[in-house]
Structures are given as C-alpha cells and as structure tokens.
Design a protein around this ligand. Sequence first.
Ligand SMILES: *Cc1c(COP(=O)(O)O)cnc(C)c1O
Length: 467
Amino acid sequence: MSDRRALLQTLPAIDRLLGSEVLTVLEQTQPHVLIRDAAQQTVDVLRQQLLDEQAPIPDLELEAVARLVAARVAEMAKPSLRRVINVTGTLLHTNLGRAPLCSDALQAIKAVAQGYSNLEYDLDAGKRGKRFTHVEELICKLTGGEAATVVNNNAGAVMLALAALSGGHSAIVSRGELIEIGGSFRIPDIMAASGVELVEVGTTNKTHLKDYANAIDDKTALILKVHTSNYRILGFTEAVSGEELAELAQQHRIPVLEDLGSGLLIDLTPFGLPREPTVREALKSGIDLVTFSGDKLLGGPQAGIIVGKRDVIDKLRKHPMARALRIDKLTLAALEATLRLYLDPQKALQQVPTLKMLSTSVAELQKSCEVLLPQIQEAVGAAADCRIVEATATVGGGALPLAELPGRAIALAPKDLSLNELTSRLRSCDPAVVGRIQDDLFLIDPRTLNTDDEAQLLQALQQVFTL
Ligand SMILES: *Cc1c(COP(=O)(O)O)cnc(C)c1O
C-alpha cells in the first residue's frame, strides 16, 4: 500500500511528459491540444492503477509513459465517423449507414462539392432557380407522378405532408398501420408533432372501407395510409386498397397520403423477393401523395421523396417546414445520379449496390465463398477452422421484414479466442469489420462485402488472430 502511495509521487508531470522525445516528435504531426489531453488522461489512468491494489504496477519511466500517451493520441486522432466493412449480410443496416452509394453518385458528389454549382441557379435564364428541379422530372418520369419534391428524409416528408395538408385538423389512420420504425419514428408521435389530430379506425388486424367512411366528418383533413414495412399481420386480416381509399377521399374532397417506406421503383419479385407495392402502382391507384426514403431499397442517399398531384405538392412547398427540412446539395447530387440509373432498370440492377446485392444468386455467392475460403484460411492460419455454410441474408432498414435471401457464407470457428473477443477485436480494426454470430460461429457473408474491401478484410482477420 505505502509502496504504491510513494510511487504516486513519481508519476511524470505533464510538462515533463510533453518535453519527452516521443512527444516532441509527435508535436510535428498532431495538434498540441490532443497531445496535452492524452497526456492528462494517461496520467489519470496510471494514478487510478496505482490506487487499485489489484492492478499490476505500471512502468512509470518517462519514455514508457510518453509511448502510452502517443498510443492514446493515435486513438484520439482517428475520425469518429469511419468506414466499416459490413459482412453481416444485412443490406440496409441502419446502424451502418443504410445504402452504400453507386459510383455515379460518388462522382456527382465530388463534382458538385468541390466548387460552385447551379443548385438554385437557372443557367439558361441566368437567374434564380429552384433546387428541387434537378430531380423533379426524373422522379415524375420514374413514378408517373405529376410533381415531386425532396426533403431530408422520409420521416421529414411525412411530417411536412401532414403539417401542410391538415391545417391543424384531423387525419384518419387504420389501427393496423400505427407503426413504429427504428424506435423513434412512431406514427402517433409524428402526427402529434405535426399538429394533426389522429383519428384511429378499424382494429389491429381488420379495417374496412366503412370504418374510414364513418369516421369522416368536417374536421377530417386527410386520410393517411402507412405501409407496414417492418412487420406483417398474418391470418385473418383485411386492409383497404389504395383505389378504394382514393375513391372515398375524392367523394369528400380530401387528399390521401401514403407513406410507402422503402419506395420501390422496380418490381423485385423476379429475384425471389416478396411482392411490394411500387411507387408507380401507388400513384396509379389514385393516391394523391406518396412519400418514401432515398436510402432504403432505392439505394441512394438519405432523403425523403414526395411525389403526387401538382396542387398538393405546391401546398407542401409553400409550408415553412419545407425550408427547415430542405435537402443539401451533396444529397441532391447523389440522388440525381442514382435516379438516372433507374431510367435503364438493367443498369440500375448492375450499378446500384443495394439492388446488386439483392439480386446476387446463390451460385454467385457460392463462387465468392470458394474464392475467399482459402484466402481467409491462410490469413487466420491454424487459429480458426473455416468452412462454407448455408446462410440467409436479410434486407434490414425496416424493409421487407419477412424476406429471406438464401445464400452462402464463410463460417469461422476460432480455437483459442471467444467469439466475443473476436468480434470486439474486429470492430477495433481500421476499417472496422462487423459480421454476425450464428450457431457459435462467426459468419462472413460475401453478399454485403464490396470486392474492393476484400484485401482489408483479410488483413483485419490476420491481425486479430495474431494479436
Ligand atoms: C423507414 C420508414 C420511415 C422513415 O424513413 P426515414 O427515411 O428513415 O426517415 C417512415 N415510414 C415507413 C413506412 C418506413 O418504412
């Protein structure tokens, strides 16, 4: 005890540490504030260690402590937002940033971000233009809508539409569609925040047209239809179709808004995926306004796309919330480039990463695994057994909840390392590697692995097993 107390006196002072050779050299490349903070934190940790009877006694030599500080500086200097190699097999992992962008989108971002752009400037007329014009025509062409606008995300799109169309009155929603997505998007809360009174109709599993019809009164401003994108109610269910709702709403001269969630632009059933309504189908049924996300199955940047009848879109654009939710130029550049690919659906399937991953066949995945297996085995050496297993990927991001994408993955069974330790070490690599554990194996799903990232994945695996 007294030994440890005495050692406290020998902890190097911050100024002495900063004057050490290691840190003097480091000053040339790293900001002084980072080094100073790291030195303070390191000394604090060492002090705690000395006070803890159970902890080993640390090396308190000046240069040894300076090296600890340098290691801490290296950690602090890493960007907080950084790259992750996703081998989870979940395509639209919200925690991992949802959709990776296509290369056209990346180029468009670079071109627009590097200098000035015609974001709100009409180059033909030489006067002020409007930012949404860059995508409006494309969205209309791809969906059959009359007019379109875009905001920050789909949650914003729904809020804006509700606020602009309700005028403080009420909106009717089926009890079967009062969804929660990702914990913070809850229809009742979004409606309250938009100043709309929620009128619930029907039951959890069945809502009929007459339920809507009976609820309409002079306070009804609109009908909201919500796509139950992250769950299904099975068994005895009944929901009212878009056509029926549109007809009812027309009789009462109120609009119908549909929150489609993912907003498919092309039918994905040929790839074995469950049937989902496309934006075009929703609009064709007579729905006035459809909203959807840019970064779900569309495979673009985070955005909320709103498309529908011109008079309704005009109302939204004039609402003050439209300005608060406006989309930035980088997003707009990426969105336009992504949408352009959809003009040729074949091209979109090949070049939009989300669509490409969705449509990868089991045979292709088997082949990727066969190529990767010997490389991974070589990287991990005798530290783990590796083999190819059957694996099911999921879409994620609250889209197509029941869709199972059959495939293959490489399963790792580490010999002397717990799976928890393995995943923790992989997460601390740069880029970090995030995979999934299944049946006591660590799975590497090639479906979500970008070919360009393979070398770094192998490097990370080699590193974590030789630590
Ligand atoms: C995902 C989703 C949202 C939220 O969209 P964001 O783009 O994440 O804001 C809203 N409604 C439905 C039905 C969804 O699936």
